[in-house]
Design a protein around this ligand. Structure first.
Ligand SMILES: Cc1ncc(COP(=O)(O)O)c(C=O)c1O
Length: 424
């Protein structure tokens, strides 16, 4: 098959008629498929549902002498801190174990920066005339929305194969209005990139003009390989400490995609000084988080090695779904020269770069044919992809048979929109 850009006008017209007919056939199937959000599929939820069988003996309610059923221990059960610390490679006393969502902890950290300031803030951020936040893009739409909702100016930082473009970051942080930066350092959402050692070193060594610069390190996919073995990853807290930046970083993680999304446990990890500051603020807000669920998770996951075994079983479900997506793209789209993508080994997404100017149109066509994708543009600040190119594919929810149909639709729509732009 000749690549579309190399085809003659007549060839493209013939191809368009062919693809259009295929599109009509697909529409007639009345599909209702969803590849919009990174939700685990039913098979994964079934895999972990034995968690409900835990905590039925009286001794299960006691952890390190603490009755988990009662109020107390604001920063979480010591055993839950040990579990997250082992997974993240930091110290248990650096971990605060929260409730069912790390996003809430992230929102709350930003919110506290606004209302009270961070540890080294000269004043609360709400008193600053302008607050800017660095958004490596494409990135996680909900991160961008959090900082947008507080009225910050979102600064797009291009992503490279090694993580955020550090030349751009180092330049941007010379502006004292730049107060922080979002990161998904391992299997980034959506590109599936693992930040390189050099990128991490440069991040840890940053010298921002703002004294209260906040490095948001969302390690959401820290043990989420679906292809190959677990990949070790440096502890950002000790990396930052090497450069005297121990108070710059807050790391986040959760078990949302280990056990139950919305029914798991989450944490942040930070320096001792930050921990004391956050505990002072949090103690006004809540007596203690759900220690019953923390204990359930400690009993269920046990330790990092045991959690990694569980992740292998998730991988056995997820791997074939990702392979189905990428294999079809490689077969159907690669020869046409109209899109590129990564082949991720972990995380929850395939990041597809369609021909510039066609992402929105592809999204609309997919919708017309009954396939829901994440909104085109959602992976960029303010929902605006300057190239109108990136499409985030979330293959985890549909079963493989449905996924194959959804990808068939996506490929057809990619072809149609590319032909429209190239001219037929
Ligand atoms: C990068 C990233 N962070 C956080 C979350 C949400 O995590 P939680 O359920 O712990 O709030 C997601 C969910 O898709 C995500 O992709």
């Amino acid at each position: 098959m000749t690549a579309y850009p190399q085809m003659t006008a007549a060839e493209r017209t013939a191809e368009y008629a062919c693809v259009q007919q295929k599109f009509e056939e697909l529409k007639a199937r009345n599909l209702k498929l969803n590849m919009a959000r990174g939700k685990p599929g039913k098979a994964q939820l079934d895999l972990v549902s034995d968690i409900f069988g835990f905590m039925n003996k009286p001794e299960d309610y006691v952890s390190d002498g603490i009755d988990v059923r009662n109020y107390g221990d604001l920063s979480g059960l010591p055993a839950a801190k040990r579990l997250f610390a082992e997974i993240l490679g930091c110290q248990p006393e650096q971990v605060f174990v929260g409730g069912n969502a790390s996003l809430q902890l992230m929102y709350d950290t930003i919110s506290k920066a606004c209302t009270h300031g961070m540890l080294h803030s000269p004043r609360p951020w709400c008193k600053e005339p302008v607050v800017k936040f660095l958004c490596p893009s494409p990135g996680y739409d909900r991160h961008f929305k959090v900082t947008e909702s507080f009225g910050f100016q979102l600064v797009t930082i291009p992503m490279t194969d090694e993580g955020p473009d550090m030349d751009a970051v180092e330049k941007a942080i010379q502006d004292p209005c730049v107060k922080g930066m979002w990161n998904v350092p391992k299997y980034s959402n959506p590109d599936g990139i693992i930040y390189s050692a050099e990128t991490i070193r440069r991040i840890a060594a940053m010298k921002p003009a703002a004294p209260d610069f906040l490095l948001m390190w969302d390690n959401a996919y820290c043990i989420h390989e679906f292809e190959g073995d677990y990949v070790e990853f440096p502890d950002i807290l000790s990396e930052c400490a090497k450069y005297g930046n121990e108070d710059m970083v807050f790391e986040f993680a959760s078990t949302s995609k280990v056990t139950l999304p919305g029914g798991g446990i989450s944490c942040f990890a930070c320096s001792e000084a930050n921990m004391a500051y956050m505990e002072k603020l949090l103690t006004v807000q809540i007596i203690s988080f759900d220690k019953v669920n923390q204990q359930r998770h400690v009993l269920y996951l046990k330790n990092k090695a045991h959690a990694l075994e569980l992740m292998k079983r998730h991988a056995a479900v997820l791997g074939p779904k990702f392979r189905a997506v990428v294999d079809v793209l490689e077969r159907e789209i690669a020869p046409l020269g109209i899109a590129r993508w990564q082949r991720p080994k972990g995380g929850y997404f395939v990041s597809l770069y369609a021909m510039p100017g066609t992402a929105k149109r592809t999204w609309e066509l997919c919708k017309e044919a009954g396939v829901t994708l994440t909104n085109a543009g959602a992976t960029y600040p303010y929902g605006k992809d300057p190239e109108d190119s990136n499409i985030r594919i979330a293959p985890s929810l549909p079963p493989v048979e449905e996924l194959e149909q959804a990808i068939e639709v996506l490929c057809t729509c990619l072809k149609l929109s590319a032909l429209e732009v190239l001219g037929v």
